[in-house]
Design a protein around this ligand. Structure first.
Ligand SMILES: Cc1cc2nc3c(=O)[nH]c(=O)nc-3n(C[C@H](O)[C@H](O)[C@H](O)COP(=O)(O)OP(=O)(O)OC[C@H]3O[C@@H](n4cnc5c(N)ncnc54)[C@H](O)[C@@H]3O)c2cc1C
Ligand code: FES
Length: 254
C-alpha cells in the first residue's frame, strides 16, 4: 500500500558534479522493493507535480531510504538544497519493481539509471555482474557496486575509465552470459541491451522512464507502447508508473 507522508531528511551529499545522494527517514522503506520509485513533492506551491525518483537503497533496520538523482531542472535543483532535519513530502513505494530471478544476473545501469540497480544487486541471491555506464570519470556509486557485485565493469562515453563506449560495448567486450539481465537507463541503451539479451537468449527486464504527472495510474500521462493489446482497453498501451516501470523487454516497444 502506498503512503503519502512528510519525510525527514537524514542527510544529503554530492557524489559527483550535479549528482546528489539523499537519505530520507520515511515509512515507505518498510514496503519498498528494488526497482520501485517514490514521488517527491516540491515545497514550493507553484510546482504541483511531484518528481519521480527511483529507490537506490533500502535500509529497513534504520528506516532510511536512499535516492540518488541528477539536478536537471527546478524540482531537482530545489531538492539539492535539502539539509539534515528538513521536511519533504513523499509518496510511495510506486510501480512494480524488479522480480528477483536467476543464478547469474547482469545488472546494467546507464547514467541516472545506475542508482536503482544498487539495491537490486544487493538483494539478488545468485552471482551478479554489474555493468555501469557513465559520461566520463565523474563516477558515482562504484564503491558500493564493488562491494555488492561479484564483478563491476565500467564503460564511459569519453573512454576515461573502462571500456570506451556504451554498456553494450562493454558487455560484448567481456562476452557476458547470464540467466537474466536487468537494465535501467535511456531508451536507446535499453533497446541495445534488449537486442543483446535476445541474441544471447537471455531473459531481460527493463526499467522505463517516461515523463509523469500523477505517478499512480490515473492520468495516462506516462503511457508507453506495449507489444500485446491490453486486456481491458484493447489498445497497445501500458502505464509506466503503474504497470511498470519494470517490464519484460518483450512486453514493450523500445
Ligand atoms: C520511474 C522514474 C524513475 C526516475 N528515477 C530517477 C532517479 O533515480 N534519479 C534521477 O536523477 N532521475 C530519475 N528520474 C527522472 C526524474 O524524474 C527527472 O529528472 C525529474 O523529474 C526532473 O524534474 P525537474 O523539476 O528537476 O526538471 P523539470 O524539467 O523542470 O521537470 C518538469 C516536469 O517534467 C517531469 N520530468 C522531467 N524530466 C523527466 C524525466 N526524465 N522523467 C520523468 N519525468 C520527468 C517532472 O516530473 C516535472 O513534472 C526518474 C524518472 C522516472 C519516470
Ligand atoms: S503518470 Fe499518471 S498514469 Fe502514469
Amino acid at each position: 500500500m502506498k503512503i503519502k507522508e512528510t519525510a525527514t531528511v537524514f542527510g544529503q551529499s554530492e557524489l559527483a558534479p550535479g549528482i546528489f545522494s539523499l537519505l530520507l527517514d520515511t515509512k515507505i522503506v518498510e514496503q519498498a522493493i528494488p526497482g520501485q520509485f517514490i514521488s517527491i513533492f516540491s515545497n514550493d506551491g507553484s510546482k504541483l507535480l511531484p518528481r519521480p525518483i527511483s529507490i537506490c537503497e533500502i535500509n529497513r533496520e534504520y528506516g532510511i531510504l536512499r535516492v540518488v538523482y541528477r539536478v536537471v531542472g527546478a524540482g531537482t535543483e530545489e531538492f539539492s538544497k535539502l539539509k539534515m532535519g528538513d521536511k519533504v513530502e513523499v509518496m510511495g513505494p510506486l510501480g512494480n519493481g524488479f522480480p528477483l530471478e536467476g543464478e547469474r544476473a547482469i545488472v546494467v545501469g546507464g547514467g541516472i539509471g545506475v542508482p536503482p540497480m544498487l539495491e537490486l544487486a544487493k538483494q539478488l541471491n545468485g552471482s551478479v555482474t554489474a555493468v555501469m555506464g557513465y559520461r566520463n570519470d565523474d563516477l558515482f556509486l562504484t564503491e558500493e557496486f564493488t562491494d555488492m557485485a561479484a564483478e563491476l565493469i565500467i564503460a564511459t562515453d569519453d573512454g576515461s575509465v573502462g571500456t570506451h563506449g556504451t554498456v553494450v560495448d562493454a558487455m560484448k567486450e567481456n562476452d557476458l552470459e547470464a540467466d537474466v539481465i536487468y537494465a535501467c537507463g535511456p531508451k536507446p541503451m535499453l533497446r541495445a541491451v534488449a537486442e543483446y539479451a535476445a541474441e544471447h537468449d537471455i531473459k531481460c527486464y527493463v526499467s522505463m522512464e517516461e515523463r509523469m504527472a500523477c505517478g499512480v495510474g490515473a492520468c495516462l500521462g506516462c503511457v508507453c507502447q506495449s507489444t500485446e493489446k491490453d486486456d481491458h482497453s484493447h489498445v497497445n498501451n501500458k502505464r509506466v508508473c503503474k504497470d511498470g516501470p519494470v517490464f519484460l523487454s518483450t512486453e514493450v516497444v523500445l
